[in-house]
Design a protein around this ligand. Structure first.
Ligand code: HEC
Length: 146
């Protein structure tokens, strides 16, 4: 027999927790400012082929929401306990180039160098080539600073 008063107390809390989690992710998608240096790099044609404002925005949304990369790498790739910061200059599994980042997302990291997490190929979600490229464009863009 389930205690009704317990359900009455726990359910609303769960609803609030889920709503808060979603709200947090949503704001992470939109709150990141577009640095001036990135705009200049894109406009100046210095970005790798395939890196556009659209692919970066698409990648940012995937990263923080559907592809759940932020669960390990933190909101907008700023680092978490299970996985490294993707916005700094330290690269453990590639040279940090756009092509290198694509390769890491495609193959995953089954033997991490330093972190306790483990990354499945294509996020374990069967992400399409286009989604992988957008994610890589977003991560690449994190390294462009003014
Ligand atoms: C379950 C946790 C987890 C999830 C989810 C996850 N990663 Fe990772 N990621 C890791 C770990 C662990 C490493 C390797 C760290 C190490 O070598 O010590 C890594 C490494 C990386 C690297 C290479 C970093 C470097 O320093 O070379 C990239 C890029 C990356 N992840 C992108 C992503 C993307 C994009 C997603 C979403 C599709 C994602 N990750 C989802 C745990 C995760």
């Amino acid at each position: 027999m389930i205690d009704k008063s317990l359900l009455n107390h726990v359910l609303p809390l769960l609803v609030i927790a889920v709503a808060t989690a979603c709200g947090g992710t949503g704001s992470a998608n939109t709150d990141l400012p577009m640095p001036e240096a990135l705009g200049a790099t894109l406009n100046g044609g210095a970005a790798p082929d395939g890196v556009t404002l659209e692919s970066i925005s698409e990648g940012r949304i995937l990263f923080n929401a559907r592809a759940t990369c932020s669960a390990c790498h933190g909101a907008n790739g700023m680092g978490g306990q299970l996985a490294p910061n993707l916005a700094d200059d330290v690269w453990l599994n590639s040279d940090g180039s756009y092509a290198g980042i694509i390769e890491v997302i495609e193959t995953g990291v089954l033997e991490p160098k330093e972190y306790p997490g483990l990354m499945l190929p294509r996020g374990g979600l069967g992400l399409s080539d286009e989604e992988v490229s957008s994610l890589a464009a977003f991560i690449w863009s994190l390294g462009v600073r003014g």
